[in-house]
Design a protein. Structure first.
Length: 324
């Protein structure tokens, strides 16, 4: 009589699949892994913007921020408690302070812009973060960016310009200016994250932001408080979960990849925003959005191809120095 296997066949197959995926993941270059995390982060950010826009019809932006941070802290609580007190230890307190202040500004300006501007417009203006972060990476991180990354960033910028169509006579609103300020602050947050992720754990980084941004927004959120119904509560919980996932993915992206390497992939968010605009808000993008989106995707895919090729060359010792 055959002896039954101690381990179910399905479990064995699952373990083998997990092993193959792990081996494939480990074979990728750090920048390629950072790009993969960045793609996930941008998708979750697009979903986050949609939820914020829906909530903004009834709730004040500071109330949304306060409750979002509170729920994110609750979501993170099990991991924080399990790793306590190590999960709260940091080797860069001043960097965290600057990051919290900048993140609070970026969230307030950015959330306000998302609520009051069309989703596609606020998304496009948010792409200014790419150019801020590329410049800041050179000055603050001393990163050397080669012709391929510069070309991809410029190509992505051209795609954005096709969509925005500057010079059409549209005046910049205060909300558009807020979106630009949010982009600059978010870029600086990204630069600080690049530093902090080298010395602190991701859960520590998220805990500091979830706690202290929430405390900063609490007085304003309470002052502008509006009673919430069941739909609002569900959306707020979804917002917290999506935001938590987006931030953890972004932290991982910046941990693995150089800031200027993953920056062009922020453009993919426009594709997500266009799809969401049709499905959720019933707004079809103009033909220029499709054209610009195609240019943006091409720039991002080209960068991914370059990073993959470079990773293989590094593995074989044939990569030229500082040409990516």
């Amino acid at each position: 009589m055959p002896v039954p296997s101690a381990e179910p066949e399905g479990s064995s197959s699952s373990a083998a699949l997990k092993t193959r995926f792990s081996e494939k993941w480990q074979s990728l270059s750090n920048n390629t892994r950072g790009i993969c995390w960045a793609l996930l982060a941008t998708f979750l950010m697009a979903v986050m913007s949609t939820i914020i826009k829906l909530l903004g019809d009834r709730l004040h932006v500071t109330q949304i921020l306060m409750l979002r941070q509170f729920f994110m802290l609750v979501i993170s609580a099990p991991v924080i408690i399990r790793g306590f007190p190590g999960s709260l230890k940091t080797q860069a307190p001043l960097l965290h302070l600057g990051r919290i202040l900048l993140a609070s500004s970026a969230m307030y300006f950015g959330f306000t812009a998302v609520i009051h501007l069309p989703l596609a417009e606020s998304t496009v203006i948010g792409f200014a973060r790419t150019f801020f972060i590329t410049i800041f990476a050179v000055f603050f991180l001393k990163e050397v960016i080669g012709i391929h990354r510069i070309s991809a960033t410029i190509l992505g910028f051209i795609g954005v310009m096709v969509i925005v169509q500057p010079g059409t006579g549209a005046e910049m609103s205060v909300y558009s200016f807020m979106a630009i300020l949010a982009s600059a602050c978010a870029a600086l947050v990204g630069i600080i994250l690049r530093k902090v992720t080298q010395v602190d754990q991701p859960i520590t980084i998220l805990t500091f932001q979830a706690t202290f941004v929430g405390l900063i927004m609490a007085p304003f959120g309470i002052y502008n408080w509006v009673s919430i119904d069941l739909n609002d509560a569900i959306l707020l919980l979804c917002l917290a979960g999506v935001s938590w996932g987006a931030q953890m993915s972004n932290i991982q992206a910046l941990k693995f990849g150089e800031a200027s390497a993953i920056a062009p992939f922020d453009y993919i968010r426009l594709v997500y925003a266009a799809i969401i605009s049709v499905v959720i808000f019933g707004v079809w993008p103009l033909w220029t959005t499709y054209l610009g989106g195609a240019i943006i995707v091409a720039a991002s895919l080209y960068t991914l191809h370059r990073e993959t090729v470079l990773g293989k060359k590094v593995a074989t010792g044939t990569a030229p120095s500082k040409t990516h």
